[in-house]
Design a protein around this ligand. Structure first.
Ligand SMILES: [Fe+2]
Length: 239
């Protein structure tokens, strides 16, 4: 399996404080059956905004450490971009790391509360610039929960949708879990990722979500969300 959304890099955001924490997360992921993790530190928030080179260097260091420790986990660079940031400005300044480093997909975190504001316009401009959009955990966005038409509209526009594995187990509450189940049945979900932050509470694992997904769409859907679609994201290239 591929985990496209994981805060595994040390010291850059609310992920692990040091590289030992990163290694512990890597071991958990491998034990869960994950073969590839895309490291997606927060970028463009008021608290965290690491430059691209800092992210790439941190990925290189952790990759080396995994190799030294014999941990068979492919590690790729990425980022989770705050929709409230000037993402186009960051892109122009070369301060953006797409999922898999060279792909077309940007992982975008919608505001947790309130309406999307000028986010929709910003996403449109990113599309014009040749990027594709992967919306991170819309089940944590009140705009998506309150307006049943919003996510279908964004998905119709060609944006992909990622939900958190833990959300299907009600980690974000029953309302978010029910929304995820509904969106799965409606065919609106493209990717399941861990959004892992540590090796205790927000773990880098996907398999706990397998049972609820199988109930809705069987093995075929599970493979699509955890293997096939993530591979399509990583295979994408900007034109
Ligand atoms: Fe995240």
């Amino acid at each position: 399996m591929v985990d496209l959304h994981c805060h595994i890099l040390p010291g850059l955001d609310d992920g692990p404080a040091d590289i030992e924490g990163s290694v512990a997360m890597a071991r958990l992921a491998v034990a869960d059956g994950i073969g590839t993790i895309v490291a997606t530190p927060h970028v463009g928030t008021s608290s965290w905004d690491p430059p691209s080179q800092v992210i790439l260097d941190a990925v290189s260091r952790l990759r080396q450490r995994l190799q030294d420790d014999g941990i068979e986990l492919e590690l790729l660079a990425g980022s989770e971009l705050a929709a409230t940031a000037d993402i186009n400005g960051l892109a122009d300044a070369g301060q953006i790391v797409p999922l898999g480093e060279n792909g077309r997909f940007l992982l975008i975190e919608l505001p947790f509360f309130g309406h999307l504001g000028n986010t929709e316009r910003q996403l449109f401009e990113l599309e014009i610039a040749g990027y594709r959009i992967l919306l991170a955990h819309p089940e944590r966005s009140t705009a998506c929960l309150d307006d049943a038409n919003l996510l279908p509209k964004l998905h119709d526009r060609g944006y992909w949708v990622q939900i958190n594995a833990g959300s299907l187990l009600a980690r974000e509450g029953r309302r978010a879990r029910n929304a995820c189940a509904r969106w799965l049945r409606q065919g609106l979900v493209d990717i399941i990722a861990s959004d892992g932050h540590d090796s205790a509470r927000r773990r880098p694992v996907l398999s706990p979500a397998r049972k609820p997904v199988l109930k809705i769409g069987g093995e075929e859907l599970w493979e699509q969300l955890t293997i096939k679609n993530p591979a399509r994201v990583l295979d994408s290239r900007r034109d």
